[in-house]
Write a new protein. Structure first.
Length: 264
């Protein structure tokens, strides 16, 4: 299927690693030009160099999405390089710890960081880039959140992800009539380059082996294994394309399925 992304400009935040990098890879392979956004200058430059092999224009735009001025400058750079963004994929966010934090250990400053980065950061980028989409009469905004929005396994993880889903629906209703669809994708545990290290930390915190952790997580996935970042990226790429016109404001789970749960 031709997704119709050739020649589109896509801005991907958190594009230096994990799901963000995987999304950028798929979009570049589909022929989209890319503005890669993240704070790690060196990793971002390496990602841009690697993605250039697809033959599309790739520009690294180091940006801290918690900073209003930095996001505004990013939007100006995108305008100068591409005219406007057609697609925004928001991925820049702190990784979930995967471990429940007891109430008496929850710190206000940790939640502020979560909200500042994942909720307000996503909102800043949408606010900065939506005007260009509005002028063109078409656009896609995909917010990568997480299945903690549907689980009570991490207090702050649930709060931030539910907030992203609520923001998504509000933006979808406002921008939909202007040709801009906004959706949210909820990955579950996803295999990335950081998975071995992360699983070792979680297993140690729970006092179990990594193998036991992997088996317990896989048992909670309908397909019997963890989904990879590349597989999540395929879902995001479809939602970022003109082919996804029938979907707006909805949350799409991309974690391989949760046994026994019915969402309707």
């Amino acid at each position: 299927m031709d997704l119709g992304l050739k020649g589109k400009c896509a801005v991907v935040t958190g594009a230096n690693r994990g799901i963000g990098l995987a999304v950028a890879e798929v979009l570049a392979a589909e022929g989209a030009a890319l503005a890669l956004v993240a704070r790690d200058v060196e990793a971002l430059a390496a990602a841009a160099e690697s993605l250039g092999r697809h033959g599309t224009k790739v520009v690294a735009v180091p940006t801290d999405t918690t900073d209003d001025a930095a996001v505004a400058a990013m939007a100006e750079r995108v305008k100068a390089e591409f005219g406007a963004a057609d697609v925004l994929v928001n991925c820049a966010a702190p990784a979930s710890s995967g471990v429940r934090t007891p109430l008496d250990e929850l710190r206000d400053e940790d939640l502020r960081l979560e909200i500042e980065t994942k909720v307000l950061g996503y909102l800043r980028c949408a606010r900065a880039l939506a005007p260009g989409m509005r002028e063109r009469g078409w656009g896609r905004i995909v917010n990568v959140s997480g299945l903690n929005a549907r689980l009570a396994s991490s207090t702050f993880g649930s709060i931030r992800n539910v907030a992203v889903a609520a923001m998504t629906k509000n933006l979808a209703d406002e921008l939909g009539p202007q040709g801009i669809a906004v959706t949210v994708v909820h990955p579950g545990y996803t295999v990335t380059e950081r998975t071995p290290e992360k699983f070792a930390e979680i297993a140690a915190a729970r006092g179990i082996s990594v193998a036991e952790l992997e088996n317990s997580i896989a048992a909670g996935v309908s397909i019997g294994r963890l989904v990879t970042a590349a597989e999540v990226a395929d879902v995001v790429a479809f939602l970022a394309s003109p082919r996804s016109v029938a979907i707006n404001g909805d949350a799409i789970a991309a974690g391989g399925g949760v046994p026994g749960q019915i969402y309707y």
